[in-house]
Ligand binder design. Structure first.
Ligand code: ZN
Length: 223
């Protein structure tokens, strides 16, 4: 879902990627992004590496100081991902309990696992944190890709798996064909299942019946 890269982090002393994961020509890197939302998903406060985060979602690349009071949904390109975020935040607000869910957000050169935490705050607000948890280089860099709602090839914004036309969802590492340059971001059935289970567990006040955090996923690897 939501991309970036430690590949060029000064903290790790590595080289910058020439372009970002989505071919916008800007370097995408983020290790932690956090923001406070109200019940209408308006951004009340932003911290961390917002600029890279927004760009990597394929949404409008607004600077952090321009996003205050605008809707988070402006910065998420596709409707299924917007719906998923909306449902996750609503569950946290209703139950006043935090929720955690891992997702993948690769750069061209690295697969990266992030953890999404949605935490209730006072007065119907939530704190949302995107935290880099793990990273690993691809044997071969991928081609840059871009969100295009009108193409047949789809990419899951939560696990980065790709589906060509109406074929099978395939993890990026196992693609037999080159990564498509244009993809329609959406949520694959496996990730939708994890999201639904995270919400059902929170609302049902029980432990999740599958692993929601840990490992690189996607299909079949996240429990
Ligand atoms: Zn997925």
């Amino acid at each position: 879902m939501l991309s970036g890269g430690i590949t060029h982090s000064p903290r790790l002393g590595q080289q910058a990627d020439p372009v970002d994961a989505h071919g916008t020509g800007r370097i995408v890197k983020f290790q932690q992004t956090y923001y406070v939302l109200d019940q209408e998903f308006r951004v009340l406060w932003v911290g961390g590496e917002w600029d890279e985060f927004a760009l990597s979602n394929g949404g409008a690349g607004a600077r952090a100081n321009e996003v205050l009071s605008t809707s988070l949904m402006t910065y998420i390109a596709d409707e299924p991902t917007r719906d998923a975020m909306s449902a996750l935040v609503s569950a946290v607000l209703d139950m006043q309990q935090p929720l955690r869910l891992d997702y993948r957000c690769d750069s061209m050169t690295m697969m990266r696992r992030f953890q999404l935490t949605v935490q209730p705050m006072r007065d119907g607000r939530v704190l949302v944190v995107h935290d880099l948890r793990d990273a690993e280089s691809f044997p071969q860099p991928l081609v840059p890709w871009q969100h295009d709602p009108d193409v047949a090839d789809e990419k899951c914004s939560f696990c980065q798996a790709v589906r060509f036309g109406n074929g099978q969802w395939t993890p990026v590492m196992l693609l037999a064909e080159p990564h498509p340059a244009r993809v329609a971001f959406c949520v694959c059935p496996d990730c939708q299942g994890r999201i639904d289970e995270a919400i059902a567990a929170l609302r049902g006040k029980r432990a999740p019946r599958r692993t929601l955090a840990n490992g690189f996923g996607p299909v079949g690897q996240n429990g």
